[in-house]
Structure formats: structure tokens, C-alpha cells
Design a protein around this ligand. Structure first.
Ligand SMILES: [Zn+2]
Ligand SMILES: [Zn+2]
Length: 281
């Protein structure tokens, strides 16, 4: 590949083939060159691409004598995907093995140029990346107001530091998305507060065999299992249930632990109802 960026008007640059560089089986002639910011050139088809904004060579009208090189603001993996997806009559490439950063750039470019099949593919692929890159998916979903995706990703972001979150947002709607995130996370902070509150003591009968130390040990284990992270609390009621055997079957202590489970369940329901997108303006 050439690293030349300027071409003498006397020397026609060689147009790369589409076949194998962009589309495996494309037999169309190439009549325009698109160059990525890392100086990789791809052949394209003026007529096929003319309806996509940004892919129309400036000198397209009238008689064109020179082959035009259209500079594109994308790295080569992104540009190659864009060109491939604009072949509406060719099999589209898989994005399954595309890394998250390329996928994000490709998704933004697909939105900008309104390449609808690519937009859909990106959205589906972004969802797969939620567990490993929740903040990237969250900010992408916020940018395009994909509420379902936003809510799915939000659950994975609640333990993030604000400074890290802030870095993900660079667009104009960042304030809205950050506000929505704060409001959503507030529900989890409430849950954390509730998880740390000890439920009230329930009076035992005088001849009860219950050892008060059993409750103390049980509650200490539960608090330890809750830990410091908010996301662990998604399983808060199950965690409580897991340690109830330590209460040695005492119905009063079990009722007390039931109070804790009810409080946690109610707050988890509130979180489920008040999804993140609800706060998105
Ligand atoms: Zn082609
Ligand atoms: Zn008891």
C-alpha cells in the first residue's frame, strides 16, 4: 500500500480492486479511491455509493478526467467495513471478531452515513460486549437513545467511578446521560443503605432455645457477603437465604431475617421499575 497522500495530476493513481480488498466476490469496476487516515487506499464504486453522504466524490458531476482520491476520516478497518456494508447486494462481513474500539468507531460512522444494515449489526454486536465493556456500550446507547441497550448496560456500570464514566462521554448529550446514570445509581445506593441496616429484634418466648450469638454470627456473615460493591446486591435476598441455616431453625430469628429480605426485595423492585432510561431526557 502506498503512503503517498498527494498525487500528481499527470499520473493517474492505480485504483485498487474491490474484490478481495473489500468484498470477496465483487466484480464491479472500481472508479474512485477512498483513503483512510492511516493511508490505506480502497477502490470504490461511484454509482453504488452515491446515495451515502460523504462517499460522493466532489468532482462527480460532469466529465471526470482524473481519478479522485477521497480522504476519509477513518482508520482502515473502519473504512473497509463501511465500504463493504455499502454493497447492499453482497454478503456482509461479520463483525463478531471486531474489537470494541473499532466497533464503536464503525458504529458512529454507520450512523453518520446512515448505512442502516450496519447500524443494526452494530447495535446487536454492542450488546454482546456489555459484560466486558459496559461503559463503552452505555455511552453508545445514550448517544443514540437506544433505551433497551442503555438499561442492559447500566446494570454493569454501577460500580464504576464517576471520573472513569465521565471520560467515556464527549458528546453534547453527556449531561443528560450522566444525570440519568446518577439517578439510576441512587437506587442502588439506597439498596446498599438498606442492606446495612439491621432488622429489628423480634421478641422470643421465655423458654426459647435460641442462642443470641447465632443471629450475630449470621448477620456478620451476610454483611461480609454483601461486601462493598453495589452489583453484588442484585443477589441480596439470595445471599440472606444462603446463610439462614445459621439461625438453627429459630422461627423468630427467621422472621427477623425475613424482614431484611422484604426490605431488600422492595428496593430491588424499585430499581427494576426505575430503569436508567426513565431518567434520560
Ligand atoms: Zn465492490
Ligand atoms: Zn432466635
Amino acid at each position: 500500500m502506498s503512503s503517498e497522500t498527494t498525487v500528481s495530476p499527470q499520473v493517474e493513481p492505480k485504483i485498487p480492486l474491490c474484490r478481495e480488498n473489500v468484498c470477496n466476490d465483487c466484480t464491479r469496476e472500481t472508479d474512485v479511491i477512498f483513503e483512510s487516515i492511516d493511508h490505506i487506499r480502497y477502490g470504490g464504486h461511484v454509482r453504488l455509493f452515491e446515495n451515502y453522504g460523504g462517499f460522493r466524490p466532489a468532482g462527480m458531476e460532469g466529465e471526470r478526467l482524473d481519478v479522485e482520491i477521497v480522504q476519509m476520516p477513518y482508520h482502515s478497518p473502519v473504512l473497509r467495513l463501511l465500504l463493504a456494508f455499502m454493497h447492499h447486494d453482497q454478503p456482509q462481513p461479520s463483525v463478531a471478531s471486531v474489537d470494541i474500539y473499532t466497533l464503536r468507531a464503525f458504529a458512529d460512522a454507520a450512523q453518520k452515513h446512515e448505512i442502516f444494515p450496519a447500524i443494526q449489526v452494530c447495535k446487536l454486536q454492542m450488546e454482546i460486549h456489555i459484560p466486558n465493556h459496559p461503559l463503552i456500550v452505555f455511552s453508545y446507547a445514550a448517544r443514540y437513545k437506544y433505551r433497551d441497550l442503555l438499561n442492559k448496560a447500566a446494570k454493569f456500570t454501577i460500580d464504576s467511578d464517576f471520573s472513569v464514566l465521565e471520560k467515556q462521554f464527549g458528546s453534547d448529550n453527556s449531561r443528560d446521560a450522566l444525570y440519568a446514570w446518577f439517578r439510576y445509581r441512587e437506587g442502588w445506593l439506597e439498596l446498599q443503605k438498606a442492606s446495612r441496616r439491621e432488622p429489628r429484634f423480634i421478641q422470643h418466648k421465655k423458654n426459647s432455645y435460641c442462642e443470641p450469638s447465632a443471629w450475630v454470627a449470621f448477620h456478620a456473615e451476610v454483611l461480609k457477603a454483601f461486601g462493598e460493591s453495589l452489583s453484588t446486591l442484585a443477589e441480596a435476598t439470595n445471599i440472606v437465604a444462603r446463610y439462614e441455616h445459621m439461625l438453627n431453625g429459630c422461627d423468630k430469628c427467621l422472621a427477623r431475617s425475613g424482614l431484611l429480605k422484604t426490605t431488600l426485595d422492595n428496593q430491588l423492585d424499585r430499581i427494576k421499575y426505575a430503569s436508567c432510561s426513565l431518567f434520560l431526557v
